[in-house]
Design a protein around this ligand. Sequence first.
Ligand SMILES: Nc1ncnc2c1ncn2[C@@H]1O[C@H](COP(=O)(O)OS(=O)(=O)O)[C@@H](OP(=O)(O)O)[C@H]1O
Ligand SMILES: [Mg+2]
Length: 486
Amino acid sequence: MSSVYVPTAVHTGDKLKRALKRTLDDTPRQNHQTTIDGGRRMFVFARLVAYVHSLVPAPLYPAFPPMPPSSLQLPIYLLLSLLILAISFIPISTLLSRSFSRLSQISSHLRPAPAFPSCTAPPLATNRTFSTMAYEKELHTALLAVQRATLLTKSVFSSHSKGTLSKSDSSPVTIGDFGAQALIIASIKHVFPDDEVVGEEDADDLRSNSSLRDLVWDLVQSTKLEDSDAETAIGGPVATVEGMLDAIDGGRSRGGREGRIWALDPIDGTKGFLRGGQYAVCLALMVDGIPTVGVIGCPNLPVDDTAPLDSFIGTDADDKEGKGVLFGAVKGEGSTSRPLSNGALQPPTPIKMKPLEDISQATFCESVEAGHSSHGDNAAIASKLGITKPSVRMDSQAKYGSIARGAGDLYLRLPVSKTYEEKIWDHAAGVVIVQEAGGKVTDAWGKPLDFGIGRTLKENKGVVAAPNAIFPRVIDVVKEVLSAKQ
Ligand SMILES: Nc1ncnc2c1ncn2[C@@H]1O[C@H](COP(=O)(O)OS(=O)(=O)O)[C@@H](OP(=O)(O)O)[C@H]1O
Ligand SMILES: [Mg+2]
């Protein structure tokens, strides 16, 4: 019967006792007995909540994480407690009406709750250890799903025929993009069936082109993690062609400010992917419009974070050893990196942005494509900051990962077009990883990126990322350069 939830309820009971004592101090002596009665009922109520918590069976722990109750969990606990009272034939209506005035009296003495004590659960009979990290299951699922998808993208990267198509916006898409999106969405829907996904691709082309569909199906069927526990944890293979198409189309969410929505870029930097450069498989969970979990798999980034930033760029990248990095972060929990593997996850290493006292020593990253970010404006900003090192041009969100682990310092993405709207899947994962490594990310005017208004960042222009300590200076100069152009 031991439970990780009991300490939470005991804590609540203690708070009630203290609040009751303060109420007595403020109450005229003749009313003490009624106040004590009300307080006792409250205390019985808290004990009942504790009892309900202690009944939570181990398999349901993931549904009752030991953290501050969310807006949903608390009412559920209270409802369960009321149910038990009803079963015990206690006239709830009488109890509630009599207790109501005491409740408001006592609750006026309750201050906002501090963070509930985090408790480590005793080892479970199943041998499973229970961690207190928020969004641990989401992070674990995302890391494995991205890791599996990179196996697929790597096989396409090293093959001559990449099944490339041109999309309606003239940007390229390959069988690797479709296959990676199918695998990742299938995993998310397996573990979190109610979550929505905003994915870059859809299955329209595959539904109308059977030879392309067969190529993608071959890839999806033949890609699996070598570790069977890891493979099972993300749902195992996709069962049918129709299931694969449905998974790809599972990315059609319109996004928004409410609930849990994943943002997925199955191959970010497709142009880099096609020319043998950097690319990234990117997945983020947004909760009520806030990027909360971020994972980026970079198959061509050197594992050694002291290696030159432009190592492994070029058509021979595939032959080199020591490459493949998986970044992960949860809001409030820090960022990590680990080598990509073919099976179970490798152990993580915490990462931090480089402490930079002298901005002029900074290395800044920018897109390879001049059409995606204004190289001229980026250079003007660097020069005003006294930066003399040449920029590192790198495709994809590998830029976010690189600055987060201190292999570079700044990411400048100054807008080229007045009408282009940045896509949420091009930034959500990178933003969490940089923020949790000690950085700040805003648009080029210093406005927070708004991920809650749909599939694009339509209220923002450009992107700037830098370590917290130097961010104010960087954004001032960015605004100066932009203002001078207007
Ligand atoms: N005009 C314009 N302005 C800004 N951004 C644009 C533009 N056009 C496309 N895109 C998006 O850029 C994504 C690639 O990101 P990067 O620029 O960092 O990489 S790259 O240098 O282009 O390879 C790329 O992501 P992928 O399509 O996943 O490769 C696009 O979503
Ligand atoms: Mg992209």
